[in-house]
Design a binder for this molecule. Structure first.
Ligand code: NAD
Ligand code: DAU
Length: 340
């Protein structure tokens, strides 16, 4: 099978490519990624050694480039990770979110229709459901929870989901969608909470915690998410949404304290700062459907996963340092000179 993975130079996409290369060595994987600030070719260094893996730089909203890619590669499956993903950036600059997350997804689905793709899988988020209250712990998001978005990011992801479901219903495009909770693990860009805390604490810098740190997220180790996507894109029912989550709710301050403890750093580094506008209070996923239909279950306990993650960042100081210095942009030209 030939699989196009868009956004595969980002956090979850790169982990997914390693998951596929390990678990499905017979498949051919093509990563298509624009290498925005969040894309990092050095995250795919190990994958580039595989004969059944290749990388193509391009924008998912570029119709001509997408058509050429599909015509040349003839994918069986397209799995779309490519997106603008940071809520705070969507508050500063919503336009790029609309373009990539909505128009980009539509462009990929139009090509998928034209070239007869057998499965288009959209990687979505629990943020499309909006927020849950802090004082009703029994409430969780199911696939039937109404869409109720808060940020330009979540609104753009919800729009893409609705478009995907409309392409299934109207055109019969074989679509599936996963909506996952917060991921953590290796290769996550240090603008997101967990790698931000690790990288700043390692340098004894203050750690900004929004509000009082009481907001709750439901954390899932990235490889568990990759396993869920792999199952749904191969075996999940067409036209269906599957929630994915770890039953692992934590307040932000709990997460920050856990990391500081692992690093042996003092809590005096914590600095409470002005809250994010429209900050969702709590996310919690009910993953009953994917567990029952496809037998998926998270395999990694938070305590183990966060330990692996902290160790990974400490052992990959160059990966982190290059990003922080902005040097990773030059990496692409160096790595690919004369190869593409
Ligand atoms: P990321 O920001 O780490 O990576 C995004 C990747 O997409 C980058 O490699 C970037 O270069 C690429 N990209 C951006 N715009 C592009 C464009 N126009 N054309 C081609 N490539 C483009 O993101 P992530 O955290 O790995 O998230 C991947 C997907 O999973 C996203 O769709 C996101 O909404 C979803 N998701 C993320 C989480 C999470 O906790 N990180 C949870 C649930 C769902
Ligand atoms: O739930 C899935 C979503 O999780 C994904 O769809 C998004 O792409 C991903 O970025 C993530 O969104 P969040 O907004 O939850 O993640 P972030 O890491 O930005 O923030 C996690 C929590 O930590 C949130 O409540 C805000 C808080 N926070 C974040 C940052 C960056 C802080 O307190 N301080 C910070 O500096």
């Amino acid at each position: 099978m030939t699989i196009i993975v868009t956004g595969g130079a980002g956090f979850i996409g790169s982990n997914f490519i390693y998951y596929e290369l390990k678990n499905h060595p017979q498949d051919r994987i093509i990563c298509y990624d624009a290498l925005t600030y969040a894309g990092n070719l050095s995250s795919l260094k190990g994958a580039l050694e595989y004969k059944n893996f290749s990388f193509v730089r391009g924008d998912i909203a570029d119709e001509k480039a997408v058509d050429e890619l599909f015509e040349r590669e003839k994918p069986d499956i397209v799995v779309n990770f490519a997106a603008e993903t940071h809520v705070d950036r969507s508050i500063l600059n919503p336009a790029s979110f609309t373009k990539t997350n909505i128009i980009g997804t539509q462009t990929l689905m139009d090509a998928s229709r034209e070239f007869g793709v057998k499965r288009f899988h959209q990687v979505s988020t629990d943020e499309v459901y909006g927020e849950l209250p802090l004082d009703k712990p029994e409430l969780m998001f199911t696939e039937e929870t109404p869409i109720h978005t808060s940020s330009p990011y979540s609104a753009s992801k919800a729009s893409a989901d609705l478009l995907a479901l409309s392409y299934y219903r109207t055109f019969g495009l074989p679509v599936s969608i996963t909506r996952c909770s917060n991921n953590y693990g290796s290769y996550q860009f240090p603008e997101k909470l967990i790698p931000l805390v690790i990288s700043r604490a390692a340098e004894d810098k203050p750690i900004p915690v929004y509000g009082r740190g009481e907001n709750v997220r439901d954390w899932l180790y990235v490889m568990d998410h990759c396993a869920a996507i792999d199952l749904v894109m191969r075996l999940g029912r067409e036209g269906e949404v599957y929630n994915v989550g770890g039953h692992n709710e934590k307040t932000n301050i709990e997460v920050v304290r856990t990391i500081l403890k692992k690093l042996g750093k003092p809590e005096s580094l914590i600095s409470f700062v002005k809250d994010r506008p429209g900050h969702d209070k709590r996310y919690a996923i009910d993953a009953f459907k994917i567990e029952k239909e496809l037998g998926w279950k998270p395999q990694t306990r938070f305590d183990d996963g966060i330990g692996l993650t902290v160790d990974w960042y400490l052992e990959n100081g160059k990966w982190l340092g290059d990003i922080l210095a902005g040097d990773y942009r030059n990496y692409y030209d160096k790595m690919y000179a004369g190869r593409m």
